[in-house]
Design a protein around this ligand. Structure first.
Ligand code: GRG
Length: 308
């Protein structure tokens, strides 16, 4: 069963076709991204922005945002501009992360990285353009949502992406490279900020737009924190166990850059067990939502079963 609106929610997890749901949501998001960002003059910058934004990827962040808005009783339409903005800022972070001054990567989403195609100067600006346009898109295209909810979502996204969140996590990650004395606490800080903060914002912003209560936001925030950490643990495992073709980006980068990871501290098996426990904890936070939470439950399971 593919969900198109609230009334389609399945009554049992076994009736829910996650693969079809993810494919349908990905297609909706990609159509909206294409519409929101047409090519204008100067063409080079729009082409560079679109090159990375429309290069594929799982679209997990916008899908989480749409799903949490619907869980609260909102619609896909109410959350779509914010969902796309979340994908824009995520793509921006990937473009900058791949730059020679950061991770220096040649491949992303199965294609050459932005700076390899357009040069470092344009890649920096493509990231900047996406970051700023994300906020313009929310403010311009959100309809049928009370303005205070939209403002709250904008503030939440900005906080998650700035020095208190993704930027802060990236800084500590860069400072930790090549050091053998990184504690589990520091690793936890890096991952909860660099990866977890944005995933949490996706779920929380979607729920805010749908009109969630404070208590519902607390549950969803903890759900997202747990899947965020599980997501990064699995990312570290995949970096070791998969090939470049399977990942669409260079494999084995963490070992090469002498990065501390969960597998380097706990080993592969224990890391996988920890990720599974986090997914169980995440799902427990959804208990009070009943059957409308089935998509978020299935997405939590997908975090540990994904292969790229
Ligand atoms: C935040 C203003 C600002 C600047 C960027 C470079 C940087 C600062 C932060 C790096 C953030 C980063 C790249 C974190 C890694 C997150 C992660 C696990 C990405 C992979 O996500 P997937 O697997 O990728 O969802 P797809 O391609 O499927 O979207």
């Amino acid at each position: 069963m593919v969900l198109t609106n609230q009334t389609d929610f399945p009554q049992k997890e076994s009736e829910f076709d996650l693969k079809a749901y993810l494919a349908q949501r990905k297609a909706l998001v990609e159509t909206a991204l294409d519409d929101y960002l047409p090519v204008k003059a100067p063409e080079t910058i729009y082409e560079a922005m679109r090159y990375s934004l429309l290069a594929g990827g799982k679209r997990l962040r916008p899908i989480l945002c749409l799903a949490s808005c619907e869980l609260i009783g909102g619609t896909v339409e109410m959350a779509m501009p914010t969902a796309c903005a979340l994908e824009m800022v995520h793509t921006m972070s990937l473009i900058h992360d791949d730059l020679p001054a950061m991770d220096n990567d040649d491949y992303r989403r199965g294609k050459l990285t932005n700076h390899k195609v357009y040069g470092e100067d344009i890649a920096i600006l493509a990231g900047d353009g996406l970051l700023v346009y994300a906020f313009e898109a929310i403010a311009t295209y959100t309809e049928n949502v009370p303005a205070p909810r939209v403002l709250a979502a904008i503030a939440r996204l900005a906080r998650a992406f700035g020095a208190e969140g993704v930027v802060g996590g990236q800084v500590v990650d860069l400072q930790s490279e090549g050091r053998s004395d990184i504690s589990e606490e520091t690793l936890h800080f890096i991952h909860t900020h660099k990866t977890g903060a944005l995933l949490e914002a996706c779920v929380v912003c979607g729920a805010m737009l749908g009109g969630a209560t404070e208590a519902q936001l607390q549950h969803l925030s903890r759900y997202a924190q747990n899947i965020g950490l599980a997501f990064q643990i699995i990312d570290d495992i995949l970096d070791i166990t998969k090939t470049q073709e399977e990942l669409g980006k260079t494999a084995g980068k963490d070992l090469q850059a002498q990065k501390a990871t969960y597998p380097s501290i706990w080993g592969l098996e224990e890391s996988y067990h920890q990720a599974q426990q986090l997914v169980r904890d995440a799902k427990a936070e959804l208990a009070e939502f009943g059957t409308p939470a089935i998509p978020l439950i299935a997405i939590a399971d997908f975090i540990t079963t994904r292969s790229n």
